[in-house]
Ligand binder design. Structure first.
Ligand code: PRX
Length: 631
């Protein structure tokens, strides 16, 4: 049997020890109950949180697909993530344990985190930030990114976190679309022993963003950066001012008022700003993390994503705090200075739950077992995977070498749009390597063909979700039509995820990959159109097509095909220059694997580039239906 091909009959059962610890021992019973009464299930979950005013309707579906969860309720996610813990013993519990790449450590009790959030919330207010205003956050993985997000949410502002691995073009687009008044950044961040020049990128992006009045800069690297008088302020100076008082009232929000906007790549060049609100998002994230990672007070939970992605928003920042858990965060790279960095952290800090992406596992697997074997990983009890399908070989390595065959792997399928886990096991669910198993309690998924008919078990089709869930994105920022068109029009009344998948005879789902022009590179979601528009902005390029091709560690890698303008000649130097150009404009994570200069691109008669054909050719596969091809 090929280790890398999913086998739908291979099952890993939970041990008696896992079952004994699990919060939900009878998965089927709870699934049945939630299925029969979706709203009742979610109302009970919401009751575990505090609300300023309870809802008069659990779900208002009078304006589908703009579902309103907990209609009429008032709350603030910060009240549940921070304020309510101040009244209990959790005030003294560690909320955040942070380790820098250089080995520096900072810890925050729930008291200390709340204090700094209040102080920074007062700073934001003093900078003129009001309820509904957007605040862009572009930072390395340091505690202040969490503080900035929570502070914005506390005063009812909308945070717009842009991943620190993105560069000028991507940042500028996201600042501009959100019309942010304030940008919070750092002088730089440490990654692989080098400084990432975040402030320089902000300077370039802000030059073209008239909405920005203030830039707040956290000092992390303490190297020389330019500070523009009247616009740029040091975080540590502001936090010392008398106005940065240690108390601040939490803004009362309607349940579906926006909490954050998070941009993600779609099928067109412009990234989509997905909007998540307070009440529904808070309930969905709280409940899924509680059941899936089964968090207990004694856990030390480490989600090794970046706060700049939805995984970080939901399951580094909000989820753990809503549950009063201790969340662990590490600034740097998994392999710096040696490939045992993560395993050393697991041992040293007694991590009990580790949640990461297949690409990281594959990357670490390459260095062999001896690195993890040098460490005591016995504190681990649960593992997790997210971001792309996990190949069975990586799954088994993770299970055997890291989890020592004791720790179930929670392979969670979800998206920026869903806000919370949608297809996922809980610890007692029998696992199959490469499958996220079944939909979460109360949820339902289907695999449809192009016409909307369910395909037979074992056949590939489009993955759709057929029941609303509380953490669903409410809309696309300032583009509700696009929200309807993108997700709800292909199959009216059903949410189209943009993924292809299969279901097996046991009802387990197997996600295969994206069906649109989105490429998952190392779990990062990148749009081909964004990369193409940066390529054609280069003076040598007339036309460009970008595709993803399989890559051993990254899952997929970016391959670009460029047609040159008159007067430009192909050369290896030009190919290199184009790679650098994309990385400089969009960020190092977007650096193409390969640029190929071509004389023509396969197009339809109406002039649309057929990326599908390029992909087939590159892989030596049949080209499929080419009746519309003009060459
Ligand atoms: O293709 C699926 C893949 O990631 C996409 C969503 O990307 P993003 O919005 O960046 O969110 C990633 C983190 C939640 C999905 O459409 N994906 C995510 N998780 C999995 C996955 N594919 C297979 N298995 C997963 N567990």
């Amino acid at each position: 049997m090929n280790e890398n091909r999913p086998n739908t009959d291979e099952v890993y059962y939970p041990s008696q020890e896992v079952i004994a610890q699990a919060r939900v021992k009878d998965w089927d019973a709870l699934a049945k109950k939630a299925h029969a009464d979706l709203q009742g299930f979610w109302a009970a979950e919401a009751e575990e949180l505090e609300w300023y005013r309870k809802w008069n309707k659990v779900l208002d579906d009078s304006q589908k697909p703009f579902y309103k969860w907990f209609a009429g309720a008032q709350c603030n996610i910060i009240h549940n993530a921070l304020d309510r813990h101040q009244k209990t013993w959790r005030r003294n519990k560690l909320s955040l344990v942070w380790v820098g790449e250089k080995g520096d450590v900072r810890t925050y009790s729930y008291y200390a985190l709340n204090r700094d959030v209040c102080k920074f919330a007062n700073v934001l207010k003093a900078m003129g930030v009001r309820k509904g205003d957007r605040v862009t956050i572009y930072m390395p993985r340091v505690p202040e990114i969490v503080i900035a997000m929570l502070a914005a949410a506390k005063i009812g502002a909308i945070h717009n976190v842009v991943y620190g691995g993105f560069s000028v073009e991507a940042l500028q687009q996201r600042i501009e679309d959100s019309e942010s008044k304030v940008v919070v950044t750092a002088d730089g961040g440490f990654m692989n022993g080098k400084i990432v020049e975040l402030k320089k990128t902000v300077d370039d992006a802000v030059k073209r963003s008239p909405s920005v009045e203030t830039v707040i800069v956290v000092q992390r690297t303490a190297h020389e950066v330019r500070m523009e008088p009247g616009r740029d302020y040091w975080y540590h100076d502001l936090m010392k001012l008398p106005l940065a008082q240690a108390t601040c009232a939490t803004e009362v929000m309607d349940s579906h008022e926006p909490l954050f906007v998070l941009y993600t790549s779609g099928t067109t060049g412009k990234p989509k700003g997905l909007i998540h609100g307070h009440g529904g998002y808070m309930t969905g994230v709280y409940s899924t993390l509680k059941y899936v990672f089964d968090i207990k007070d004694e856990d030390r939970y480490w989600c090794a994503a970046d706060p700049g992605w939805i995984t970080g928003h939901s399951y580094i920042v909000y989820g753990p705090l809503l549950l009063g858990a201790t969340t662990f965060m590490y600034e740097g790279s998994p392999t710096y200075p040696y490939p045992n960095r993560w395993w050393n952290l697991v041992e040293k800090y007694g991590i009990s739950i580790l949640y990461t992406a297949p690409t990281a596992i594959r990357g670490l697997m390459r260095f062999g077992e001896s690195w993890p074997n040098r460490h005591d990983l016995s504190t681990l009890r649960l593992l997790g995977s997210v971001g792309e399908p996990i190949n069975p070989e990586a799954w088994k390595w993770y299970y055997r070498v890291i989890g020592k065959g004791r720790c179930p792997i929670m392979d969670t399928w979800w998206q920026t749009e869903t806000g919370m886990f949608m297809i996922t096991p809980t610890p007692v669910v029998p696992l199959k390597p490469g499958s996220g198993t079944r939909p979460f309690f109360g949820q339902q998924a289907e695999i449809l063909d192009e016409q909307g008919k369910p395909v037979a078990d074992g056949e590939e089709g489009f993955l759709v979700l057929t029941r609303p869930w509380p953490a669903m994105a409410m809309t696309i920022y300032r583009d509700p039509e696009r929200y309807v068109k993108q997700y709800w029009s292909q199959y009216p009344g059903k949410y189209m995820a943009g993924d292809s998948a299969k279901r097996d005879k046991d009802g387990y789902f197997w996600v295969i990959g994206r069906t649109d022009d989105v490429i998952k590179v190392s779990g990062y979601r990148l749009g081909t159109a964004e990369i193409e528009s940066v390529l054609v902005a280069h003076p040598a390029v007339a036309e460009a097509a970008v595709i993803g091709l399989p890559h051993e560690v990254k899952g997929n890698a970016i391959h670009c095909y460029c047609l040159l303008r008159g007067g430009h000649k192909p050369s290896p130097e030009l190919e290199q220059e184009l790679k650098d150009h994309v990385a400089k404009q969009l960020g190092p994570i977007v650096r193409p694997e390969k640029v190929t200069i071509v004389d023509s691109l396969p197009k339809t008669r109406s002039g649309k580039i057929m990326r599908r054909v390029l992909k087939a050719r590159a892989q030596g596969l049949p080209e499929g239906d080419v009746s519309t091809l003009e060459e």
